[in-house]
Write a protein that binds this ligand. Structure first.
Ligand SMILES: Cc1cc2nc3c(=O)[nH]c(=O)nc-3n(C[C@H](O)[C@H](O)[C@H](O)COP(=O)(O)OP(=O)(O)OC[C@H]3O[C@@H](n4cnc5c(N)ncnc54)[C@H](O)[C@@H]3O)c2cc1C
Length: 528
C-alpha cells in the first residue's frame, strides 16, 4: 500500500500532527499498542507546562528548563518550544480538553512540580494524559484521509541512506509481514524506558524506533540521559504506577524506612529538587538501609485535600491496600523518560530526507541532560504542529529507487532477550553508574549474540535486533560520557567536563558499508 505520509505511533505527538495536516494528503498511521493505556501519552499524570499565571513569565520558564538541562539544551530550541506554551494551552482548551479549574472559579488550576520556579503545570485532575488524549482522539477519528493501521509493529525503515521508501511491519494478529510505501515517514514512537526492568510504563516503547532510525542512517544523540522518576508506587516489589510529582508539589514528603525525612540532607530544594537528585537520594537511602523502598507521605494535608487533588491516585493505591489520602505509600525510582534520542530540529527533521522524529523519540535540544517535569507533553504538541507545517511545505515524491528491503539477519540471540536486556540496563545503566559496570554491561550484551537459540523468523529477528541495538546504543553512549551530568551519574567521574558536549553516534548505514563483514543476505521466504 502506498501513502504520501506514514506516521508511526498514535501518542500525543502523532495526534497533534494529524490535526495540522491538510486533508489532501493520504496518511497511514501505524501503531502496535493493544490498549490506549499502553501509550505513555495516555498515562501522563502531572500535566503540561506553560506560562499561564500573572506571576510567571517566558524567561523564568526558559531559565528553569536550561538549569534542568544542565548545560546541554539547545537554547534556540528551548526558546522556540517554551515560547509556544501559552498558545498550546489555549489551543488545547479550545479543543475542549477538560483542564481542572481552581475551585469556585473558571480559572485553570496550575500545580507546582520539581525544578519549576513558579506554578505553571496545567492538569486534568491527576490523569492529564487521558484527558488530553481522549479529546484529541475524538477529533482525529473524524479525519477522512487517515488510514489507521493498528496492531502492526514497525520493524524496519526502507532506506538507501539518503531517502526513504517506506516501512516493514508485522501484523501482530496474523503474524504476516507487510510493506507500506511512502517517502515521508514520521516516527512518533516514544522513547526506550520499556527496556528497563523497572519502568513507569513497562508497555512503553523499548527504543525499537530509535534503533530503526539509526540503522536507516539517522544520527543518535545523548541516549545515556534516561530520567528515573523518583516515586513509582510499589506493590510486592513490582512497579504498579507512577505517583505524580505533583504529590510532592502539593506538600508530600519522603521518609526512609527508619521514618526519617531525608531530602533536606540532599538538597536545599528538598522534595522539589530535580528528579535526578531526588532519585539518587532515594537510591542512596535504600542502599544505606538495605531497603527496597522509601515512603511518600502527604497525609498531613488532610484526607479531603488529597482526595480532591489526586482522586485517581487515591483510588489506585486503595486497590493495593494502601491509601494515599490516609497512609504513607511505598515508592522507589523507575525508568521514566528518554531525554536524548534521534537528533532533530524542533520541526522533527533528521539528517535523512523524508525521515522525521517527533515527541519523546526526538532529541531536538529541549531537555539537554535532564527534562524539566511536564515539558514533554508541551514538546509533543509543539513538535507535532511544526512538523506538520514542514511536511505541508515539502512532500518528498515516492521513487522506486529508494526501495531496498532489508536482509534477513543471521544473528541469533540467547535466552529471553528482552528480560536479559532489561536486567542488564537496570544493573549497568541505572541510577548510579560506574566505568566497570558500563563495561560489564557491554560485555554481557556481546555474549547475548550468536547464542544457541533456534533461528528466528524474519519478524522476530528484526524485532530482536531492534531492542538489542537500542540497548547497545544506550550503553555505548554511557561509555562515551566520561563525566557526571544531568541524568547520567558515574561514580568514577564526579565532575563535569569544562565544555558541555553531546554524545553522538552516527547512523549505522554508513558503518555497514564500511564493514562488509556485517553484510546480510535476503531470504524472502520469511516475507509473507
Ligand atoms: C506514567 C507516565 C507519566 C507521565 N507524566 C507526564 C506528565 O505529567 N507530563 C509530561 O509532560 N510528561 C509526562 N510523561 C512523559 C510523556 O507522557 C511522554 O514523553 C509523551 O507522552 C510521549 O509521547 P509520544 O507521542 O512521543 O509517544 P508515546 O505516547 O510514547 O506513543 C508512542 C506510540 O508509538 C507506538 N509505537 C512505538 N514503537 C512502535 C513500533 N515499532 N511499531 C508501531 N508502533 C510503535 C506506540 O504503540 C504508541 O502508539 C509521563 C510518562 C509516563 C510513562
Amino acid at each position: 500500500m502506498k501513502f504520501d505520509l506514514l506516521i508511526v505511533g498514535e501518542g500525543l505527538a502523532s495526534l497533534v500532527m494529524l490535526l495540522h495536516l491538510p486533508a489532501s494528503l493520504k496518511i497511514g498511521v501505524i501503531s502496535r499498542n493493544k490498549r490506549p493505556e499502553e501509550i505513555s501519552s495516555y498515562l501522563a499524570q502531572g500535566g503540561i507546562s506553560a506560562v499561564f499565571s500573572a506571576e510567571d513569565n517566558f524567561e523564568k520558564h526558559v531559565q528553569d528548563t536550561l538549569v534542568a538541562g544542565d548545560g546541554l539544551c539547545n537554547e534556540e530550541a528551548v526558546r522556540k518550544i517554551i515560547g509556544e506554551g501559552t498558545n498550546v494551552l489555549n489551543w488545547l482548551i479550545e479543543l475542549g480538553v477538560p483542564f481542572t479549574c481552581t475551585p469556585g472559579s473558571n480559572e485553570i488550576h496550575l500545580t507546582h512540580e520539581g525544578g519549576h520556579s513558579e506554578r505553571r503545570v496545567a492538569h486534568v485532575e491527576d490523569m492529564t494524559g487521558r484527558g488530553i488524549m481522549q479529546t484529541l482522539q475524538s477529533k482525529v477519528a473524524q479525519l477522512p484521509n487517515v488510514v489507521w493501521i493498528r496492531q502492526h509493529e514497525v520493524l524496519e525503515i526502507i532506506s538507501d541512506g539518503s531517502t526513504i521508501g517506506g516501512v516493514i511491519t508485522e501484523n501482530l494478529d496474523d503474524k504476516k509481514v507487510a510493506v507500506f510505501h511512502a517517502s515521508n515517514v514520521v516516527l512518533a514512537a516514544g522513547g526506550l524506558t520499556g527496556l528497563y526492568q523497572y519502568a513507569t510504563n513497562s508497555h512503553a516503547s523499548k527504543g525499537e524506533a530509535i534503533a530503526i532510525a539509526w540503522r536507516a542512517g539517522a544520527r543518535v544523540e545523548n541516549l545515556e540521559f534516561v530520567q528515573f522518576h523518583p516515586t513509582a508506587f510499589q506493590f510486592e516489589n513490582q512497579v504498579i504506577s507512577l505517583i505524580s510529582e505533583a504529590v510532592r508539589g502539593e506538600g508530600g514528603h519522603l521518609y526512609n524506612i527508619k521514618g526519617e525525612r531525608f531530602m533536606p540532607k540532599y538538597s536545599s530544594q528538598e522534595e522539589l529538587a530535580p528528579r535526578d537528585i531526588v532519585s539518587r537520594a532515594i537510591y542512596s537511602e535504600m542502599q544505606i538501609h538495605n531497603a527496597t523502598n522509601v515512603w511518600l507521605d502527604i497525609t498531613h494535608q488532610g484526607e479531603k485535600f488529597v482526595t480532591e487533588h489526586f482522586p485517581n491516585l487515591v483510588e489506585l493505591t486503595g486497590t493495593y491496600g494502601s491509601n494515599l489520602a490516609t497512609r504513607k505509600v511505598p515508592v522507589s525510582p523507575a525508568a521514566h523518560y528518554t531525554c536524548g534520542g534521534v537528533a532533530s530540529d524542533v520541526a522533527g527533521r533528521t539528517n535523512i530526507e523524508g525521515l522525521y522524529v517527533i515527541g519523546e523519540i526526538a532529541n531536538c535540544g529541549l531537555h539537554g541532560a535532564n527534562r524539566l517535569a511536564s515539558n514533554s507533553l508541551l514538546e509533543c504538541v509543539v513538535m507535532g504542529k511544526l512538523c506538520a507545517e514542514t511536511v505541508r511545505e515539502k512532500i518528498y515524491l515516492f521513487s522506486k529507487n529508494s526501495i531496498k528491503i532489508p536482509a534477513f539477519i543471521k544473528t541469533r540471540f540467547q535466552g529471553n532477550l528482552l528480560s536479559e536486556l532489561r536486567s542488564i540496563l537496570w544493573s549497568h545503566a541505572g541510577i548510579v553508574r560506574s566505568n566497570d559496570g558500563i563495561k560489564l554491561g557491554l560485555k554481557k550484551l556481546s555474549s547475548l549474540r550468536n547464542g544457541k537459540s533456534s533461528l528466528l523468523s524474519y519478524a522476530e529477528s528484526l524485532r530482536s535486533r531492534n531492542i538489542y541495538d537500542a540497548a547497545y546504543l544506550l550503553l555505548h553512549s554511557a561509555a562515551l560520557r566520561k563525566e557526571s551530568r544531568g541524568g547520567h551519574f558515574n561514580i568514577n567521574y564526579q565532575t563535569k567536563w569544562k565544555k558541555s558536549r553531546s554524545t553522538i553516534i552516527e547512523g549505522k548505514l554508513a558503518l555497514y558499508s564500511q564493514n562488509k563483514a556485517n553484510d546480510e543476505t535476503i531470504d524472502r521466504k520469511y516475507m509473507a
